[in-house]
Design a protein around this ligand. Sequence first.
Ligand SMILES: [Zn+2]
Ligand SMILES: [Zn+2]
Length: 329
Amino acid sequence: MAKSQPKCLRNLKSYNLKRFSMPRSIAREQDILSRPAPKRPPRLTSRRIGIHTSTAGGVQNGAERAYRLGCNTFQIFSSSPRRWAAYELSQVQCAEMKRLRAQYDLKPLVIHANYLVNLASSSETFLHQSMRAFRGEVERSLALGADYLVLHPGSFRGADREQGLLRTAAAIAASVDGLKLEQGGLTILIENTAGSEFSLGGSFEQVAEVLERLRGIVPVGACIDTCHTHVAGYDIVSAEGLHATLQQLDRTIGLNNVKVWHCNDAKSGRGSKLDRHQHIGKGTIGKETFRILLNDPRLAHAGFVAETPIDNPGDDRRNVAALKALVQP
Ligand SMILES: [Zn+2]
Ligand SMILES: [Zn+2]
């Protein structure tokens, strides 16, 4: 696939890697592709519900797996999430992805950026490496016809938070220079984080600041992760707390700008800043929060995507089913 790179980044090579390290161990999940194909389409709800799916065997397999897991939206990595060197996607793979998505009505397609990317880095070398990798993420997202690319706002270690937020916004704009996001229907989503130590995005205000700086320059929106929100200290467990948190989210980022909800229960307590995801309804957040979010008409436009762990075979199917069961008909 033809690549365009900014001048300063042009000399860097990309490699083809065969191995793919998954943070959510697919080894423990029975691969749904090895089972017989379902005879009937899955029962769907009025909401777009999905899960982060493995792309083992080729990026397009993510779509087939999502469909078989009962999803009508899904998230993938377009390359190894913890390596710098990126895969090259073939045109055949991208076309197959588009064909499967159209056949199964899977939308939106959400791509999660590489975890190594830090666009707030105060090291010039690291920043350039991150920008090159992020540009690759955007190019692959465009090639795949993805709707959203989710990015963590980064770490401000070595600087202060305000400088970090500025640098992230500037680096996002510079990285995508010349790429046609709008024409490609691609929006970059800034994800809120657990807010530990130097990580940016632990409050809605910080996410909103990055969005405001980019508005009119790059298509942007937000991805709100329930686990991150909870461990960052927001009350999303009590009904009044969740109501107030949603109001705060609306005042800062705007509920309309939240295009994707990462639906994860949490292993650690509210305010712990420990980002450990748990199965839906089995953690410190509990089912009720997801029921309220999934049925709030102000959030009906969003995709709801789980990033839950795989501890036992069948966990992905159970977590998708758990979310779908909460949607009122
Ligand atoms: Zn994330
Ligand atoms: Zn997330």
